[in-house]
Design a protein around this ligand. Structure first.
Ligand code: NAD
Length: 249
């Protein structure tokens, strides 16, 4: 691709985003990479390199070895608490604000559990996989804001069952309301922006294809090719923190 092509693609994408009556965005771990949060594959390094995500992110793993699973999430929660949203998150806040100014609909669907879209200031966020900053109890879903140091995992103050992260583990259902909003947004948007996701984890992976089928322009931002790349209307093979600000005036 030469510079002229790049400029043309940026201009086309900018115009589409600026004129759309409904914009839907899907983000994955890649948008948080520039904040210093590793993607799933990168997250299993160092201390945790002998584990596979499937060994830690399931209800069975938690029942088998609750302390190890609690400790892994506590480590990830600490990392998330210590980082800031980046220019990619900020560009999506600006995009939501520009949609609001002209009365266009905006929906941000994320697979991320890091809460960085909220931290950046995004308002209409649908979290498909929960949020690592929240905790609830294993038996009854009682939310917990704080817990005493000591037991790992700590116990629910209401029912005494073990506390767990409020994320969706492998084999668990997605939150119904967030999934319904995501499917509605994908089917009803003019422009669908797909950022930093390997586009293989279902059902999120189907959303850009649902948008394509419904006639939307689909823009992908990802430094590496994905199963979506050859179907997308416009692709940007670069990092979200550089590409997104260039698409949102
Ligand atoms: P993934 O790890 O499978 O893929 C990440 C994608 O981001 C890759 O395609 C990669 O090429 C791309 N990428 C890397 N750096 C980028 C950058 N700077 N800009 C744009 N793209 C970049 O992640 P996924 O598709 O989100 O799916 C994996 C699952 O992992 C999800 O269910 C998610 O809940 C979970 N997860 C979340 C976080 C988080 O909350 N930050 C972190 C790790 C894993």
């Amino acid at each position: 691709m030469n510079l002229t092509d790049d400029r043309e693609r940026v201009a086309r994408a900018r115009e589409a985003l600026a004129c759309a009556r409904a914009v839907a965005v899907l983000t994955g771990a890649g948008i948080s990479a520039e904040s210093g949060i590793p993607t799933f594959r990168d997250a299993m390094t160092g201390l945790w390199s002998r584990f596979k995500p499937e060994d830690l992110a399931t209800a069975e793993a938690f029942q088998r070895d609750p302390r190890t699973v609690w400790d892994w999430y506590a480590w990830r929660r600490e990392r998330v608490n210590g980082v800031q949203p980046n220019a990619g998150h900020a560009a999506l806040v600006a995009l939501e604000q520009s949609c609001a100014r002209r009365g266009a609909r905006f929906d941000l669907v994320t697979q991320n559990v890091d809460g960085l879209h909220h931290a950046a200031g995004s308002r209409r966020v649908h979290e498909l996989h929960g949020n690592i900053r929240r905790v609830r109890c294993f038996a009854n879903d009682h939310p917990a804001e704080r817990w005493p140091d000591g037991d790992r995992p700590p116990r629910c103050a209401v029912c005494g069952s073990m506390l767990r992260p409020d994320v969706v583990w492998f084999g668990e259902s997605l939150p119904e309301a967030a999934l319904a909003e995501a499917m509605r947004a994908a089917g009803a948007c003019d422009v669908f922006l797909c950022v930093g996701t390997s586009a293989v984890v279902e059902p999120a992976a189907s959303l850009p294809f649902a948008a394509l089928e419904a006639g939307a322009l689909v823009i992908e931002v990802n430094p590496h090719p994905t199963p979506l790349t050859r179907h997308a209307s416009i692709t940007f093979a670069g990092p979200a923190g550089i590409v997104l600000p260039s698409l949102v005036a």
